[in-house]
Write a protein that binds this ligand. Structure first.
Ligand SMILES: [Zn+2]
Length: 314
């Protein structure tokens, strides 16, 4: 069975930009009669806010988004909080250690920033200079808590066909370098947790912002190393303010919880999302989330980021 997913990070409030990505994921899945899974990505523990998981669920429900599996409704692929799935990430790490795909790295961010080569993708850290890559199994490990595990990215070209962006290609060893699969505190990196969970939950379609293209190449490396099936990807345009920069606080308050409190109709947000993503013209209104499904088509979604004026939907 095909499945899509929502994966909010409870590190802050959900904004208008998040909402549009969730709606596109929803429309694509419902049009294809796929099931939907809600997973809370709460492994970045220093940044997790205790209120944010429930607020994300409330925001999505208010928009009319529904799902068949999740922390609130249960399901056969749970638990649906990443913080409760640590044994799965540890198993995957053990596989990567056993097959010599990772090495321990105690370098600091500063070490890498100073010696690494320039990133090939926007918003990416410097490419890891390879200081610790000579480690072999049986060699001593650095002290607990001082190192992460880094994946040896492959030197073969990787290609995937994105539902929005078309064919994308890079050589991971050159463009990305060795990348962390754990944090120094032992938690899995975003890359590892996402791959393990999407595979274990049977996710066949991943819809997310186009700022994650570099992550997708890392994740394809991990799917391959762990012998897992790669899902389809749709990297959707980001929502930007009138200045062309990614929507943020400087453009005003676009938290969904604020719109909810102010009594803004979800239909206004849904209509805005469908219009700004190119699904309907500026004269068409949609009544609710379900009535937009018939307009959905990946071929309508533009590659370029969308500039919006946000008037607060008053
Ligand atoms: Zn290192």
């Amino acid at each position: 069975m095909s499945a899509g997913r929502f994966a909010p990070s409870p590190t802050g409030a959900q904004h208008l930009g998040n909402a549009r990505t969730y709606l596109l994921a929803y429309w694509s899945a419902r049009k294809a009669k796929s099931k939907l899974v809600l997973r809370i990505e709460d492994v970045d523990s220093p940044r997790v806010k205790p209120w944010a998981s429930q607020q994300a669920i409330d925001d999505l429900s208010w928009l009319g988004v529904s799902w068949e599996e999740g922390p609130d409704v249960g399901g056969s692929n749970g638990p649906y909080l990443q913080s409760q799935r640590m044994p799965l990430y540890r198993d995957a790490l053990q596989t990567l250690i056993r097959t010599d795909r990772v090495f321990p790295c105690a370098c600091t961010r500063k070490d890498i920033q100073e010696a690494g080569s320039a990133p090939h993708f926007d918003h990416e850290p410097a490419v890891y200079p390879g200081f610790c890559a000579g480690w072999k199994q049986g060699d001593a490990l650095p002290a607990e808590g001082t190192y992460c595990w880094r994946f040896r990215a492959g030197d073969q070209s990787r290609e995937f066909t994105d539902l929005v962006l078309g064919s994308r290609e890079c050589v991971p060893a050159v463009a990305l370098g060795a990348f962390p699969v754990t944090q120094k505190n032992g938690e899995p990196s975003y890359q590892l947790a996402v791959v393990v969970d999407d595979a274990a939950m049977g996710i066949t379609e991943v819809v997310r912002g186009n700022d994650l293209i570099a992550s997708t190449f890392r994740q394809i490396e991990l799917y391959s190393a762990l012998g897992l099936q790669v899902p389809r990807f749709a990297h959707v345009p980001l929502v930007c303010g009138p200045d062309g920069r990614r929507l943020a606080k400087r453009h005003g308050d676009t938290r969904l919880s604020l719109y909810r409190e102010r009594g803004v109709s979800p239909a206004k947000i849904i209509t805005w999302a469908a219009r700004s993503a190119g699904l309907i013209d500026e004269h068409t209104h949609v009544e609710n989330i379900e009535s937009a499904i018939e307009h959905f088509d990946w071929s309508k979604i533009p590659e370029r980021d969308t500039r919006v004026e946000t008037d607060g939907f008053q």
